[in-house]
Design a protein around this ligand. Structure first.
Ligand code: C2E
Ligand code: MG
Ligand code: MG
Ligand code: MG
Length: 289
């Protein structure tokens, strides 16, 4: 007999779906209390001033080394942690460990004195009552100046609870903590709202950087975002810079800071510090007038 045309694909689909759901459930369970088990670590990706190439800071990016499954990407587990609420404990862990690392690096002179470290902050974390005061208290406890630390929040993170976000950002702004809007251009936030928030930096999403050297319309879009940001008094960071051609286009349009595989991938702490030392050594060999 002929196979039922509907049956096989439906069964396959529901099996795959079930497996995916089981997988999600398993990861969700494993996420609970992950900060207590020593499975998290931070990778660091340098940010360079363009066009000089001076290293001005880095972004801390979270990594989860699951004992059975190996490295799990934040793109997978961060949204889960946001949904379950585990992001609050994870966010605290990130703040604490990034500040510990930064304090040691500055004390040991392993990064320049004006080096600044950025961490990603999730919507739920930002909108928790007392977030900004807690961040400031932590900085004081570590003896870090406010200029040494900054946060990145996505457009959607800001829009999730605009009035609470505004309240927290106002405190950070008053105390001199810089805030970047991450993945700029990918959300659906209203520019009219964004311009009322005290942010210092726009990060152009990689999606708009990728085609910049080949496609005039991508170039036009990035140039417009850059002009808009500068018009609002913001710095512009381009993320996902992978090629020299992209960097040249960004420099031509006046983009301030670049970050991407062209310069370095996110690196574990020691590898990152070696990269910084090499970058400094090669900058010193360049004649300076
Ligand atoms: P993001 O904050 O926009 O970070 C940039 C992402 O682009 C990182 O992915 C980075 O590894 C990647 N990237 C950087 N340069 C290049 C490049 O030249 N080419 C390509 N293809 N990719 C590049 P990653 O580390 O997988 O992080 C993904 C996202 O997870 C981050 O996006 C951020 O939204 C979130 N995330 C990471 N760490 C944390 C954290 O500590 N807390 C929170 N709330 N979210 C985090
Ligand atoms: Mg970021
Ligand atoms: Mg980003
Ligand atoms: Mg991104």
């Amino acid at each position: 007999a002929l196979p039922d045309p509907g049956e096989a694909p439906v069964r396959f689909h529901s099996d795959a779906l079930e497996a995916a759901q089981r997988d999600d459930l398993e990861l969700n369970q494993a996420l609970r209390g992950v900060t207590q088990r020593g499975e998290l670590f931070l990778a660091y990706q340098p940010k360079l001033r363009m066009p000089t190439g001076e290293v001005i800071g880095a972004e801390a990016l979270l990594r989860w080394e699951h004992p059975g499954r190996g490295l799990i990407s934040p793109g997978r587990f961060i949204p889960m942690a946001e949904a379950s609420g585990e992001i609050l404990a994870i966010g605290d862990w990130v703040l604490e460990h990034s500040m510990q690392a930064l304090t040691a690096w500055l004390a040991e002179g392993r990064v320049p004195a004006d080096f600044s470290l950025a961490v990603n902050v999730a919507a739920r974390q930002l909108c928790r009552e007392g977030f900004a005061q807690d961040l400031l208290a932590r900085l004081r406890r570590h003896g870090l100046p406010v200029e040494a630390f900054s946060i990145e929040v996505t457009e959607s993170g800001l829009m999730a609870d605009l009035s609470q976000a505004r309240k927290q950002l106002a405190v950070l702004d008053r105390e001199g903590i810089r805030v970047a809007i991450d993945d700029f251009g990918t959300g659906h936030s209203s520019l009219a709202y964004l311009k009322t928030l005290p942010v210092s930096t726009l990060k152009i999403d990689r999606a708009f950087v990728t085609g910049i050297a080949e496609h005039a319309d991508d170039r036009q879009l990035a140039a417009t975002v850059t002009a808009l940001a500068h018009g609002m008094g913001c710095d512009v960071v381009a993320e996902g810079v992978e090629t020299r051609g992209q960097a040249e286009c960004l420099i031509a349009m006046g983009c301030d800071i670049g970050q991407g595989y062209l310069y370095a991938r996110p690196l574990p702490a020691e590898a990152f510090l070696h990269w910084c030392a090499d970058a400094r050594a090669s900058a010193e060999t360049v004649p300076t007038g």
